[in-house]
Design a protein around this ligand. Structure first.
Ligand code: HEC
Ligand code: HEC
Ligand code: HEC
Ligand code: HEC
Ligand code: HEC
Ligand code: HEC
Length: 372
């Protein structure tokens, strides 16, 4: 029942939380009382929506993730789909979409397949009911939360991600060892609500430099294959001249060539720009396409948090025509008009646009237009 009162109470305290919080973490540890309570008591009784009886880590709320979303609910990480950040909005984990196939069968896109199920009491996100542990690794799904990837006490890595010096808190009081260091990248502000000025577009996006494949492999070791032996799609592998040229030339299924390399970057199909100078690049206006040494990586196809689509896909991997076939779409059970409006952020496709794998592989060359 706590869920019923939690959200309204937080809305009331919004003003109190946001004004001094502009630089809350500031690349390190924020003031302790932002997340901890020493006695679960203030003004003679429990503070608003604190966990009755307290928490073994003296956190203010039920677990680490509950503590984070108390603020990040207003910043695009658990925000009704209005979060349009590079990481994506965990709200999509709470949304299951259903529809009938042309053959009359029932099909669905269950919420738990939409990304990393960060166990969160406040928004009713349980551990993934299907995957007991990370595919390709052994990190248990029951332990997954915001602080499986981000260090709550901060560090100077990109987005305070954990690294090989210290890994996330794990079962009991142990730490899960990360073998790889945090990736090198530079992003925009962490508040990614639509209209807030930091939502992802073709020009405004994280500039990825290196190391994402290895970093994701801290938990998904068998999915990362730099050497091309395990028959997984390459990650952190150079595009080479042919694929870089495809990327730069490709505009859409209608115009698979002729693009201008200085403005060919697509926010939905990012790559690692290995030679970029992160101190000089402007992630609010980065439009250049790749050179042959730049790399495909996990985040070319996935988002790090969650999306409306299966496997945290940046686009619906099961759609032939992205605009017409992607779920959620009009008529789906569970899909509000707002969900449909937010599914592809502000990106716009022509009706003929097929899978974005084509940005690099151009298998849609000369294809027939959509005729349904
Ligand atoms: C952004 C939220 C946040 C802030 C700010 C924060 N903590 Fe924590 N702290 C956590 C979380 C969450 C845990 C639970 C362990 C985990 O999930 O990593 C924790 C656990 C701890 C622990 C026990 C486990 C450990 O890592 O040693 C100590 C001690 C601690 N915090 C001290 C502090 C102190 C002291 C400060 C202020 C200087 C502080 N924390 C600020 C979120 C925070
Ligand atoms: C008291 C409010 C508050 C709490 C609690 C809180 N955050 Fe934040 N967080 C912020 C603010 C404010 C920002 C800055 C947002 C921006 O850049 O617009 C931020 C930014 C971040 C960023 C981006 C940082 C960067 O370097 O760009 C990460 C990652 C993050 N928070 C993770 C967490 C995690 C994990 C927790 C829980 C352990 C947590 N936060 C708890 C307020 C909070
Ligand atoms: C701290 C460990 C950890 C890290 C780091 C991690 N993952 Fe995961 N991942 C998991 C676990 C556990 C699951 C299974 C539970 C779930 O899906 O909620 C999972 C599931 C997934 C899924 C399947 C989601 C579904 O429900 O079908 C994808 C896709 C994924 N991860 C991609 C990534 C990518 C890309 C990265 C790097 C940005 C990454 N992961 C980093 C632990 C991790
Ligand atoms: C599986 C690892 C993982 C988990 C779990 C995770 N994050 Fe992130 N987060 C990342 C990565 C990686 C990025 C960088 C994404 C990018 O730039 O493409 C990121 C980015 C962010 C940002 C910057 C804005 C954005 O959209 O990129 C914030 C704020 C943030 N995370 C907060 C959170 C909070 C709050 C939680 C829990 C509710 C959480 N994260 C859970 C890996 C994770
Ligand atoms: C070229 C696009 C692409 C790249 C690059 C990519 N993936 Fe995937 N990933 C997919 C697709 C598509 C699926 C859906 C299942 C499939 O096709 O095998 C998927 C599925 C997954 C799953 C779910 C598997 C399951 O059993 O449910 C995980 C976990 C995952 N990817 C992690 C990663 C990690 C980690 C990396 C980087 C080392 C990565 N992916 C790189 C496209 C990609
Ligand atoms: C950012 C560019 C990029 C995107 C987007 C991309 N790939 Fe790839 N893909 C590559 C690179 C680079 C290779 C390695 C090619 C090589 O070594 O010759 C590759 C290899 C492959 C191969 C192996 C074929 C071969 O020549 O070895 C297949 C199959 C494949 N990709 C399918 C996909 C699918 C399906 C998607 C969408 C889910 C996708 N790719 C998205 C860059 C990309």
């Amino acid at each position: 029942m706590r869920t019923m009162i939690w959200i309204p109470v937080v809305v009331v305290s919004l003003v109190l939380i946001t004004s001094p919080a502009r630089a809350f973490h500031d690349g390190g540890v924020a003031y302790c009382a932002g997340c901890h309570t020493m006695h679960v008591s203030q003004n003679g009784g429990p503070g608003y929506h604190w966990t009755p009886g307290g928490n073994p880590d003296l956190l203010m709320y039920g677990n680490a993730t509950d503590t984070c979303v108390r603020c990040h609910y207003f910043r695009g990480q658990m925000s009704n789909g209005l979060g349009r950040g590079p990481g994506g909005d965990f709200y999509w984990l709470t949304k299951t979409f259903t529809w009938s196939t042309p053959e009359g069968a029932t099909a669905s896109s269950p919420g738990h397949t939409h990304g990393h199920n960060v166990v969160c009491n406040v928004f009713n996100v349980p551990a993934d009911p299907l995957l007991q542990h990370a595919p390709g690794g052994d990190f248990l799904s029951s332990e997954l939360g915001c602080t499986s990837c981000h260090d709550p006490h901060g560090n100077q890595n990109f987005r305070m991600l954990y690294d090989s010096q210290i890994g996330p808190r794990y079962v009991g009081d142990t730490r899960f060892a990360f073998t790889a260091d945090a990736p090198l990248a530079r992003g925009n502000a962490g508040t990614t609500l639509v209209g807030g000025g930091a939502d992802e577009t073709d020009a405004r996006h994280t500039v990825y430099k290196s190391g994402f494949g290895e970093w994701c492999a801290n938990c998904h070791a068998a999915m990362f294959d730099g050497a091309g032996v395990s028959h997984a799609h390459p990650a952190d592998v150079a595009l080479g001249t042919t694929i870089a040229d495809h990327y730069n030339g490709y505009l859409s299924t209608d115009q698979p060539g002729g693009g201008d390399p200085t403005i060919s970057y697509r926010g939905l199909v990012p790559f690692e720009a290995v030679d970029v100078d992160l101190s000089a690049v402007d992630p609010a206006n980065a439009t250049a396409g790749p050179g042959p040494g730049d790399r495909v990586t996990c985040l070319t196809c996935h988002r790090a948090h969650a999306t409306p689509f299966a496997d945290a896909g940046r686009w619906d991997f099961a759609a032939t025509f992205l605009e017409a076939d992607s779920h959620p779409r009009s008529g789906d059970g569970g899909a509000s008009p707002q969900d449909i409006a937010n599914r592809y952020y502000g990106y716009v496709f022509s009706p003929n646009q097929r899978s974005l794998c084509n940005k690099c592989h151009v298998k849609d060359f000369g294809d027939a237009p959509r005729d349904r």
